[in-house]
Write a protein that binds this ligand. Sequence first.
Ligand code: KG4
Ligand code: ZN
Length: 344
Amino acid sequence: MRVLGIETSCDETGVAIYDGEQGLLGHCVHSQIALHAEYGGVVPELASRDHVRKTLPLIGQLLRETGLGRGEIDAVAYTAGPGLVGALLVGAAIGRTLAWGWGVPALAVHHMEGHLLAPMLEAQAPAFPFVALLVSGGHTQLVQVDGVGRYRMLGESLDDAAGEAFDKTAKLLGLPYPGGPELARLARQGDPGRFRFPRPMTDRPGLDFSFSGLKTFALNTLREVCAADRDEEAELRDRADIARAFEDAVVDTLAIKCRRAVRESGARTLVLAGGVSANRRLRERIQEIMAGEGGRAYYPRPEFCTDNGAMIAYAGWQRLRAGEHEALAFGARPRWPMEELAAV
Ligand code: KG4
Ligand code: ZN
């Protein structure tokens, strides 16, 4: 069975075709970075309009590249939430219309389930059960995963998501959107010994997170040290050192909670997914932690950490083969708890 996947929940248009026997046949992503850059962040209305312009041509390109005709697609999966409602509605309308026109089932996919299953696209795929750390721009969640659709939330962020904290701190440091990867790049030049930021909520039991205080800590540190600087070079060094201290704090906090979750659940496998899982230092740290626990960490290739159509096609395929498909009425869900999903 072959599934076309469509992702339009935020600032990437992603499309892909997943085949149950042959694996991923192709995927294309159009990034809206250039569109939102001058505003310093995602402008929801511009995002929706760009998805309207790009989604169908991208599907046309994907069909040409894979050499597949319309009759060779067995289902259309689209991201139905969570995300920006206007952006979601574009993917939903296009996905549902194509499915209806082609006479095949449509599948409403949960964006975070897509992220969570993305490591399954790799040759070395994790086996259930496992603990997953989902770290994106909108979510930071530790989840006990016993199978597709069998999710139990172990902990989550009480305020900013890890990606959001990266983006906001990057902005304070004068870095362009999208801030996360820019901050990580700057941190590489930073001195890890100069500042030490707190590791929020690691001094008490539990698996929840709180990242909003870190950006305030970064801002206060920046104000303090920059006031004493005399030249541009010193200021540049301050920013790099602050970026490094911030990244170390986020990575360390996530790693401490991952180790705690793995110890509490007895899991030997940890899956890392979502945009922030592209962060090199986080990947290395989680790998070390899992090696120390006698287990293993799995994560997607960097292009499947951030938003893409492949993870939606794959999650859709999992649900299609379990016999799921949607009735004719449809909608999008800007908020959608993952625990509401049906077990497969
Ligand atoms: O999963 P994703 O593409 O979109 C959402 O579902 O939110 O995640 C985007 C988030 C952004 O906050 C971005 O700054 C962050 O992932 N991100 C990173 C890196 N690459 C992307 N954060 C830190 N280091 C990176 N290398
Ligand atoms: Zn995402």
